[in-house]
Ligand binder design. Structure first.
Ligand code: IFM
Length: 755
């Protein structure tokens, strides 16, 4: 990997319309702590945000459990010769903001002329440490250029921060230790968790310093008079911690110790240490692409930067929220996005993290069993939206209709049950990719069996066959339907996996095997019609179609719901996101090429792609059909979900699943890597815009390196590995080069066509 070419994302212009988008895109994080990239100075339209993975709280009656937006550390009141610094006043002479993915450091340099006509350069840099999980550092330098100037900066810990008005924390104690270390101690209102924030703001000895505590703000006031060309500097070092599993007074003392250590080390040393950790991470994960467009490499680096920032590697009781640690969207809840869109990246770059993400579900089996029992079923029905307790967290109602006063029910928690089988799919993929027999005999077996038990009890007898009624497939515009193809095929796979595991690992004589066999023999799976198209559900083909051009042009905005009610949309052939196409993606070995192509052609024009989970999957399925241009178009559209120009698309957080899908598109789509029944398959399908694609890939306890052009495929493996290139078995050890000859890849020395 060429570390020096790691891309950055930059903003060359100050534009308040993009405050929140860039606060998300340029957010800092290490999987434990996430900090939005808001400006130091205040703007009423920007939403500050800092989150700790796993720290959830419900603000009160009628509210939903949500990831707590912590007291703010970034905000600063900056006064220059008595004038409050704001980019909405004075004149901006120069502006540049840049997030360096390699360093994980955000830099902003502003050249500003105040209303009084004095010129200043204001530079700030900041990072969240990849090494010390509670550490956030910020450095500010202000240089007056024209004359002597008095600089005043007020900053500290601001606990007036809320989640859009919902306050989660009670202030318990505020202290300043040694005239230097500020500490705020808070407890969630339900008394279930402690939160401690500490910070130290180092300024030059010439600055005057005082402290204040008022109205939930604990602040350091620093003031210095400078001659032109000299700089005021402030180095803020902060430690953030919480005890999500119960109050713990010891945490405050420990935090102060950590902060003292960090403050003594200083910004530069802490950044260098963090860089070491990041470097190792990039080396094990980076995807390198040579493309006609530099934006492709940037998108891949952007995705991996955020995948690192969003994943709580330190805590198996936390998983990845749909917006990572970058915003309040979806309340910080965990969806099927994790197992299907994010876990594969870890499976093949850091399998230990994939194992941990599955253990999160395993540790939450009790909640899933409670939910199943509430519905009158057996086994485990995982919550559609999950937080820390493992119980269902989906809000019962969505936004209020302000004309009728009625609230729209959210039906996903009641019927979007495919998530159960998605988790089983991820468990099986993990077992096949890692060969981790111990996990599969213990956590894996239990997850597969409990999820299978749910389906066994969920199915109902209809004229001698078993059917799954009243479900919602991935397409959330089609609710409460019978025999959704995606759900039924995945449920069938789930039960087959549990049966195979029970036979292999053994277990009590409890009738489970017979029940599974009966289910597998009798579950109705909608077969392709003569033209190859599979019915999304029992009634789908009977519904009318409408012209979706306008809505598809505004994909992601749900604009169809401005013209039609949800009930009306439900009665038309309108898909929010991939459904049958999602099925083709998940179980590719079940469908031949003609079926895949027929379904892509039928369903794509009926899909608005209003979910960020849709386009990338269409791209991968198109790549598998050899439709390179279509695949590339979808992949690019997937990259644009966060990186595109729309000013508000990412205001409330990154689309975590879409970042995972950027990696999926490159590796599963264009490199054509897939795990099918325990076999590793590679069917390269590079778009014509790409000249080369290279990436590391963990498989069965080792790491393979792939590098491919349109005509060559080079694989490096320290130990012997069998895989299938375009269906042909090959054995690889050391560096092995293949050359394309039509549809066949020939080994440089010898080809071994055993199949
Ligand atoms: O899980 C998704 C769902 O498929 C579509 N709506 C958004 C959810 C969270 O990303």
């Amino acid at each position: 990997m060429n570390y020096e070419t790691l891309n950055h994302t930059g903003q060359a212009r100050f534009d308040p319309h993009y405050h929140n988008k860039y606060a998300t895109l340029m957010a800092a994080g290490n999987g434990a702590l996430g900090v939005r990239a808001t400006h130091e100075e205040a703007y009423t339209t920007q939403t500050r945000g800092m989150y700790l993975a796993g720290l959830y709280h419900r603000a009160g009656e009628g509210e939903t459990t949500e990831l707590v937006n912590l007291p703010d550390l970034v905000g600063m009141e900056i006064e220059l010769n008595g004038e409050l610094f704001s980019l909405l006043s004075g004149e901006i002479l120069g502006y540049h903001r840049e997030l360096c993915f390699a360093r994980g450091e955000l830099t902003r340099v502003v050249d500003w002329r105040s209303a009084q006509g004095q010129r200043f350069t204001i530079k700030s840099t900041r990072f969240v440490s990849a090494q010390r999980l509670g550490l956030f550092c910020l450095r500010l330098a202000i240089t007056p250029h024209d004359d002597t100037a008095t600089v005043r900066v007020v900053t500290g810990i601001d606990a007036t921060q809320t989640n859009s008005g919902r306050q989660h924390l009670a202030e318990r104690e505020l202290r300043v230790f040694d005239n230097r270390y500020l500490q705020g101690r808070y407890r969630t209102l339900d008394n279930n968790a402690d939160v401690t924030l500490c910070c130290a703001c180092q300024v030059s000895p010439q600055a005057q310093v005082s402290f204040s505590a008022k109205n939930r703000r604990l602040l350091q006031h620093s003031q210095q008079t400078l001659t032109a060309g000299a700089s005021f500097t402030l180095e803020k070092c902060a430690w953030v911690s919480a005890t999500p599993d119960g109050p713990d007074d010891n945490d405050a003392a420990q935090s102060l110790i950590r902060l003292r250590e960090c403050a003594a080390a200083g910004y530069d040393a802490l950044l260098a240490e963090s860089l070491q950790t990041r470097r190792a991470w990039w080396q094990g994960a980076r995807v390198e692409v040579e493309s006609d467009s530099g934006q492709d490499q940037q998108a891949l680096d952007f995705a991996l930067y955020h995948l690192h920032a969003m994943t709580p590697r330190h805590d198996e009781r936390s998983s990845i929220a749909a917006k990572g640690l970058t915003g309040e969207g979806y309340k910080g809840h965990v969806f099927w996005d994790t197992e299907v869109f994010l876990l594969p990246f870890y499976l093949h770059t850091a399998p230990g993290v994939a194992r941990q993400l599955l253990r999160y579900r395993w540790l939450n089996l009790a909640g899933a069993k409670r939910k199943a029992a509430r519905g009158g079923w057996q086994g485990a029905l995982f919550p559609w939206e999950s937080a820390r307790s493992g119980d269902e967290e989906t809000p019962p109602f969505a936004a209020i209709n302000i004309r009728t006063g009625l609230r729209q029910k959210v039906a996903s928690a009641e019927a979007e049950h495919h998530l159960v089988a998605d988790i089983a799919w991820a468990v099986a993929t993990y077992g096949q990719a890692t060969g981790d027999a111990s996990f599969m005999a213990h956590e894996g077996r239990e997850l597969l069996e409990e999820t299978a038990r749910f389906w066994l009890s969920r199915a109902q007898e209809v004229n001698g066959r078993l059917e799954l009624h009243d479900v919602i497939g991935p397409d959330e515009y089609t609710e409460h339907i019978n025999n959704n193809a995606y759900t039924s095929y995945l449920a069938h796979y789930n039960v087959a996996l549990a049966l195979e595991t029970r036979r292999r690992v053994g277990g009590p004589d409890d009738g489970f095997i017979a029940q599974c066999e009966d289910f597998l023999a009798r579950l109705f799976l909608p077969a392709p019609r003569p033209d190859g198209v599979i019915a999304q559900d029992d009634t789908f083909f009977s519904k009318p179609t409408i012209d979706l051009t306008r809505y598809r042009a505004q994909a992601g905005s749900q604009s169809v719901l401005l013209d039609y009610s949800r009930a009306e949309v439900n009665e038309m052939q309108i898909l929010k996101q991939a459904d049958v196409v999602m099925l083709l993606y998940m179980l590719p070995w079940r469908f031949d090429n003609a079926t895949v192509a027929a379904n892509l052609d039928y369903y794509e024009p009926r899909t608005i792609h209003d979910s960020s989970l849709s386009k990338a999957i269409h791209g991968i399925v198109a790549a598998r059909c050899g439709r390179h241009d279509e695949a590339y178009r979808f992949w690019r559209a997937g990259c644009e979900i966060d990186l595109g120009d729309a000013p508000h698309s990412s205001d409330d957080g990154i689309h975590a699943a879409a970042t995972g899908a950027i990696w999926l598109g490159a590796v599963q789509g264009f490199a054509g890597v897939s795990v099918q029944n325990g076999e590793l398959h590679v069917t390269p399908s590079l778009p014509r815009q790409w000249q080369r694609l290279a990436f590391p890939f963990c498989w069965q306890g080792g790491t393979l390196s792939f590098a491919m052009t349109h005509d060559t495929l080079t694989m490096t493996s320290a130990r012997a590995v069998r895989l299938f290139i375009n269906g042909m078995a090959v054995d690889v050890e050391g560096e092995t080069v293949f050359h394309r000859d039509g549809n066949v890849w020939r080994k440089e020395a010898l080809c071994n066509p055993t199949r």
